[in-house]
Each structure stands twice: as structure tokens, then as C-alpha cells.
Write a protein that binds this ligand. Structure first.
Ligand SMILES: Cc1ncc(COP(=O)(O)O)c(C=O)c1O
Length: 467
């Protein structure tokens, strides 16, 4: 099958909703809702140096970090006009800034489908959120986690109280493994942690089923939504899950804020994550009374710019939800079918090929070191992807198990988002086709520092400081 013709997703999108019928002055008329353009990201027209001259950058590394949305940039600019302390000042600017911080919390709470009595805590990242929750767990809590998880979700709980489950072969297998593990490890407090969408295969886990299973056993469920949040709804209450975490820098708000939301009881009685100003109710010579609610874990001056940025991203994504999902589904289908046409390219799946997925595809190219592939895509074609094990070493080792191979098992990952385009996807597919059929354009040498292109690496041109 050949690669589909390059067309702009914006020019080919049709109505965002079906025609609505209405009446005016007795005459039936059709109201055609305007097609809302997809939200734009800052730097979408970036041109980068390549060995073939300057080219528009194709960023297919969005599972790592996303650029800011323009709405986020605007909200940040506006926040900076009155930037001041949060919950610490009587001045007008402090009042406004404090109000925005709490409005941001409410917006993010809605984005994750938080219940009225859930805590919504601003953190730095998903990693930070899980470390916070880990410290707040009641004593002797047993934590259940699959070996397939991202290290940020696998490791924060402490080996002594973690039951590590084998990598499952299917969702049903995962549910059975968890069911058995619950039966084998009774404890008063138990927490299972699962990821809603894999950062390696993009496969989506039906987290509501895991929540139901956990609750059947009197346990709780925490959901890693780092890869789901930019693409699909996060719904704590709808899933009946207990905790959720995600990261602003993966959700078009790269200003240093992440979120942990969920049941307030453990969080209110757990050890404060950051002891310090703002986290206390009273400090006397006799001792400290710690605050409850989000303040307990948000010691120090909060990152209000990050919180507002994240709220702005959440609001924008919610307003464009249906269009984003449709656009990304089309691009993912185009990417996966395009890669199928390139000889030697194999896409990684933990479950079946027809699993529900977000726009993350890890693959190998027969005969080519993944790190060379990603360097060639960058230097020769101006395409950004990632190679390696994606902080999910156990999963990638399992997916690439090759007892005869002497080279470390790694893969290439292409990941897309709302600002990705059909042209970008096609450029990746064609660059890979050229590589496997004609070889690299340049001469490449493997050195102790990795793959090096012969002659000048165009990316080495000095860059001026951004300040
Ligand atoms: C599924 C998943 N969970 C957790 C993380 C950790 O996110 P952060 O680096 O923002 O803490 C990542 C990052 O790639 C991820 O993909």
C-alpha cells in the first residue's frame, strides 16, 4: 500500500458537528456550525537546519514534552502583568494572583473529573505527584504495580511495600494478575497503580475496570494519565478511580506544573510533602499543626504561572475535545498504515494490533540501530523523534526480547498530538522508506559519543541565548 496523499488536516476537516435544524420567522433553516480550527502551538512554524538545508521542523516527540499552546502563552502573559504572591499578600495584585491560582485548581479539577471532596494538588510532574502520594500513604500500605510501567510509576513506592506484577499479555491477563495478587497479599491499605495509556505502545488501558476490581478487594486505584491527558478525557469520578496524576509539560503547558488529584483522607493525614511556609496552620514552640487540603503538600510559594498555564491548556483541550480526538485518530491511522508499508519496520504492541491507542508508536527498523535512525531523521530530514527504552526498560526489554542480539534492545518512538499534520507523518514515513531502500544520505560513524555525521553537523551551529 502506498502512503496516503498529503493533505492538510485543517483543509480536509469537515463540520465539527452534524447539521442542526432550526427555524426563524417560520422558515426552516439549517444552522451550519463553523468549523473551529484546532488550537495552535507556539513555534509551529519552526525551521531547522539539516544536511539538505533549512526545513520546517516535524516534531514527532510529543510524548516526551509538548510545546505550549498559544492560549497558554496568552494566559501566562496575562498572569505576568499582575504577577504577585499567592495567599500571602494584602495587595491588589496578590488578591488577583491568589484568585487565579484557585481558579486554576478548579479548572484542572474539572478537567480530571474530580469529585467535590477530592483534593487537587499542584505538583511539578507526574513523577512528583507519585512521590507525594507515596509519602502520604498510610503505614504498611501494599502497592501493586505492573512491571510494564514507566519508571515514574514503577519506582516511587519503595521496594519493601511494592508487589511487582509480571508484564501482562492482554487486558484480561492484567486483570487476572491483579485479582490474584490482591488475593495473595491481604492488607488493611492497598493501592494499585496503572497507566491509562502507554508511553511505548500508546495502548489504552480500560482503567474503570481496574478501579472496579480494586474496589471489589477493598483496595484503591491510582491512574497515571501522563500520556492520556493530552489526547483523551481524564475522568476520576466516571472511572471511579481514587487518584490521578499528569504533567503540564506533556499537555501543552510547559511551565513546571503537574497535578495529583484524588481522595483527600490519606492526603490529609499523610506526611506533608514539602514542609515549610504555607503548609502549616500553626507553629509554636510546642509543635506544628499542619494544614489539610492542598496546602498541606504545597509548602513554599506556589508556581502560579505553571498552574495558570496548565488550567489554560485544560480549558483549551476541553473546548476542542471532539476535533482533537478525530484529528489525532486520523493521523495515528495514517502513521501506522504508512509504517506498515516500509520494509523492515516493525511496530511494537504489548496487546493486539487492534488495541485502542493514543498517538504513540514505537518501532524498530531491521538492520538499523535505533539511535542511528533517530539521528538520521533529525540531521538529514529535520524530524524529531526519540530512541531508547523510554524510561520503561522492563517493558521494552520484554517487547524486543532477542536472545541472539548483542546490541542493547532499544526502539524508535514517534508520537503525535493536536498540532501534528499529515505532511509531518508522511515526511517521517518517506524518510524511513528512503533510509531502508537507499541508505543514509550522509556518511555516519559510530563513536563512543554515539553516531556522528561526516562533515559538519548542521545542528552544531552556535545558537544565541534566548535571554
Ligand atoms: C506514562 C508516563 N508516566 C509518567 C511519566 C513521567 O512524567 P514526568 O516526567 O512528567 O514526571 C511519563 C513521562 O514520559 C510517562 O510517559
Amino acid at each position: 500500500m502506498s502512503v496516503l496523499p498529503a493533505t492538510s488536516p485543517r483543509s480536509t476537516r469537515t463540520l465539527s458537528r452534524p447539521l442542526e435544524a432550526g427555524t426563524a420567522r417560520g422558515r426552516a433553516l439549517h444552522v451550519v456550525p463553523p468549523t473551529a480550527p484546532l488550537p495552535r502551538t507556539v513555534g509551529a512554524d519552526l525551521v531547522v537546519p539539516t544536511t539538505s538545508g533549512p526545513r520546517t521542523y516535524v516534531n514527532l516527540d510529543l510524548a516526551a514534552s509538548t510545546p505550549a499552546l498559544e492560549t497558554v502563552q496568552a494566559a501566562v502573559d496575562r498572569t505576568l502583568q499582575t504577577y504577585s504572591s499567592v495567599h500571602r499578600g494584602a495587595g491588589y495584585a496578590s488578591r488577583v494572583t491568589s484568585a487565579w491560582y484557585e481558579q486554576a485548581r478548579a479548572e484542572v479539577g474539572e478537567f480530571v473529573g474530580a469529585r467535590d471532596d477530592d483534593a487537587v494538588i499542584f505538583t511539578r510532574t507526574t513523577t512528583d505527584s507519585w512521590n507525594l502520594l507515596s509519602r502520604a500513604l498510610p503505614r504498611r500500605t501494599v502497592v501493586f504495580v505492573f512491571a510494564s510501567e514507566h519508571h515514574s510509576t514503577l519506582l516511587p513506592w519503595g521496594a519493601h511495600r511494592t508487589v511487582r506484577l509480571p508484564i501482562p499479555s492482554s487486558i484480561e491477563d492484567a486483570l487476572d494478575l491483579l485479582d490474584e495478587a490482591f488475593a495473595e497479599h491481604p492488607a488493611r491499605h492497598r493501592l494499585a497503580v496503572v497507566t491509562a495509556a502507554s508511553n511505548v505502545t500508546g495502548e489504552v488501558w480500560p482503567v474503570a475496570r481496574f478501579a472496579a476490581l480494586a474496589h471489589e478487594h477493598g483496595a484503591r486505584l491510582a491512574v497515571d494519565a501522563a500520556q492520556l491527558a493530552p489526547h483523551r478525557p481524564v475522568d476520576l469520578a466516571g472511572w471511579d478511580a481514587d487518584y490521578v496524576a499528569f504533567s503540564g509539560h506533556k499537555t501543552y503547558a510547559p511551565f513546571g506544573a503537574g497535578v495529583l488529584a484524588g481522595r483527600a483522607d490519606w492526603l490529609d493525614s499523610g506526611q506533608p510533602y514539602l514542609a515549610g511556609g504555607g503548609a502549616t496552620r500553626a507553629v509554636t514552640e510546642r509543635g506544628t499543626v499542619w494544614a489539610t487540603g492542598a496546602a498541606r503538600h504545597e509548602g513554599g510559594s506556589p508556581n502560579v504561572v505553571g498552574a495558570v498555564a496548565l488550567a489554560a491548556a485544560c480549558a483549551t483541550i476541553r473546548a476542542h475535545r471532539a476535533d482533537i480526538e478525530r484529528h489525532e485518530a486520523q493521523l495515528l491511522a495514517r502513521l501506522r498504515s504508512g509504517l506498515e508499508t516500509v520494509p523492515g519496520v516493525e511496530q511494537l504492541s504489548l496487546f493486539s494490533d487492534d488495541s485502542d491507542r493514543v498517538g504513540v508508536v514505537a518501532f524498530t527498523v531491521a538492520g538499523f540501530d535505533p539511535s542511528l535512525v533517530s539521528q538520521i531523521l533529525s540531521v538529514e530530514h529535520g524530524i524529531g523523534v526519540r530512541d531508547g527504552k523510554f524510561c520503561a526498560h522492563l517493558l521494552v526489554d520484554e517487547l524486543l526480547e532477542d536472545p541472539w542480539s548483542e546490541s542493547p534492545a532499544t526502539a524508535v518512538r514517534a508520537s503525535l498530538g493536536l498540532a501534528s499534520t499529515a505532511e509531518g507523518v508522511d515526511r517521517l514515513v518517506e524518510a524511513l522508506r528512503e533510509l531502508v531502500t537507499e541508505g543514509p544520505r550522509a556518511t555516519w560513524t559510530h563513536t563512543a559519543a554515539g553516531w556522528v555525521v561526516e562533515g559538519d553537523d548542521p545542528r552544531d551551529a552556535p545558537v544565541t541565548r534566548p535571554w
